[in-house]
Ligand binder design. Structure first.
Ligand code: SF4
Length: 409
């Protein structure tokens, strides 16, 4: 017997990241075309890439949601119908939208289901019922919503609920922020957010009669990490677990998808009963999932408002360091059983580097590199980014798996 678990929805800031997320276990990905999304600095998808990732996802019985969550002006709306007809033809699985004008345009031009973006700040049952009456089928609730509130909104509205479980936080209410507009001239509500809240600022207390200046990261949030609350997400019947991070690396997309999909598999087989949560097996698994997550980011974690309201303990005040202690050394291109792996190098490594293979499922495996050669089988000591090199065969290796490396500071 298996137990119900939610969908795992991963970010796809580019074709590469989308493919990695799907292969490492995400059930669905969300992405944007070249316009209309809120992550204009991400690579985003060309029409050909979009067609290709939708075909790959559907072949694997996975879903693709397209983000159209910018707040648009009349001149922006003109180009939307053409994009919508492409999405209709591709049969993408839903559109994620925040603007009522965009919802109306979608309803006039295509039949794709509409999910309400977190940008629309839906935080209560009455708002949920309003959006249901506008034809929305799923709500991506604001990150200020607790799990308990999300459960009540689902029951009151009958709509599907998507809730963030992991990733960077925004300090403004559901992203309704203009700090980036004023400090960088980049409009955060039209895809230009420069993450200005993560910078250090100087507080000048002189207007208050004190000659003190203090430099601090007082608006910078810790990252959301809801892994330990996963049983509560399942019990609340939250339909979709959303991972933030379209601007982050393929390493992040793969690792976070792998960890949460393995955790969901764990509960799918065992349920979320007290005997499961108190078992040594769960505690060991949780420890190893958290260890994996720590390999992609050094930012401290918070459960934000999922249980109690986020407060000053959610502020990441020490530094703005983002990257974890590992990065991707290469991607397996070919795995010829018993013979070799061909690997495309992303970051240079040597025979002395500490590397590990990240299988699509199961624990990572340390790679002992006593031989390394180029494509013509000539021994080499050091690789270069972009080069294709030959590594000794490893059990369980498969094309497109990541090989990661400890970053030497
Ligand atoms: S600058 Fe920070 S608070 Fe403002 S939209 Fe961007 S992430 Fe959110």
């Amino acid at each position: 017997m298996t137990h119900w678990v939610p969908e795992l929805l991963a970010p796809a800031g580019s074709f590469d990241k989308g493919r990695v997320a799907l292969e490492y276990g995400a059930d669905a990905i969300y992405l944007a075309g070249q316009k209309f999304g809120l992550r204009q600095a991400a690579d985003n998808f060309t029409p050909m890439e979009l067609a290709s990732i939708v075909a790959k996802a559907h072949q694997a019985r996975k879903l693709v949601y397209v983000v159209i969550n910018s707040f648009l002006h009349d001149e922006d709306l003109e180009a939307l119908p053409e994009f919508l007809s492409q999405l209709e033809e591709l049969k993408v699985d839903a559109l994620i939208v925040s603007d009522l004008g965009v919802i109306k345009t979608i309803q006039d031009h295509c039949k794709r289901p509409i999910h309400l973006s977190t940008q629309a700040s839906c935080l209560n049952s009455e708002s949920a019922k309003f959006w249901r009456n506008q034809g929305v089928t799923r709500l991506v609730l604001g990150r200020e919503t607790s799990l308990q509130e999300a459960k009540a909104i689902k029951e009151a509205s009958g709509l599907e609920i998507e809730l963030f479980i992991h990733g960077s936080m925004c300090m403004a209410y559901s992203g309704n922020c203009v700090i980036s507009n004023y400090t960088q001239g980049r409009d955060s509500n039209r895809g230009g957010c420069a993450h200005s809240c993560r910078f250090d600022y100087t507080l000048d207390f002189s207007p208050m009669g004190k000659s003190i200046e203090k430099q601090a990261y007082f608006m910078s949030s810790k990252d959301l990490e809801g892994l330990k609350l996963l049983p509560q997400f399942i019990d609340a019947k939250i339909d979709s677990l959303k991972v933030e991070g379209r601007m982050k690396s393929p390493h992040y997309a793969g690792t976070v998808s792998k960890v949460y999909s393995e955790a969901l598999d764990f509960f799918r087989l065992r349920g979320t009963g007290a005997h499961v949560l108190q078992s040594a097996e769960y505690q060991d698994a949780l420890h190893s999932w958290l260890l994996e997550l720590s390999k992609v980011t050094q930012r401290e974690a918070t459960e934000a408002s999922l249980v109690t309201k986020a407060g000053e303990t959610s502020i990441f005040s020490s530094r703005d360091q983002e990257d974890g202690p590992y990065h991707v050394a290469g991607i397996v291109l070919e795995a010829l059983e018993g013979q070799h792996l061909l690997v495309e190098v992303r970051h240079a490594f040597t025979t002395q580097s500490t590397l590990e293979l990240v299988p699509f499922k199961g624990p990572c495996r340390e790679i002992t590199l006593n031989q390394l050669s180029d494509l013509r089988s000539r021994p080499i000591e050091k690789t270069k980014p972009g080069q294709v090199v030959r590594l000794p065969w490893m059990d369980g290796a498969a094309p497109r798996q990541l090989i990661r490396q400890v970053v030497v500071q």
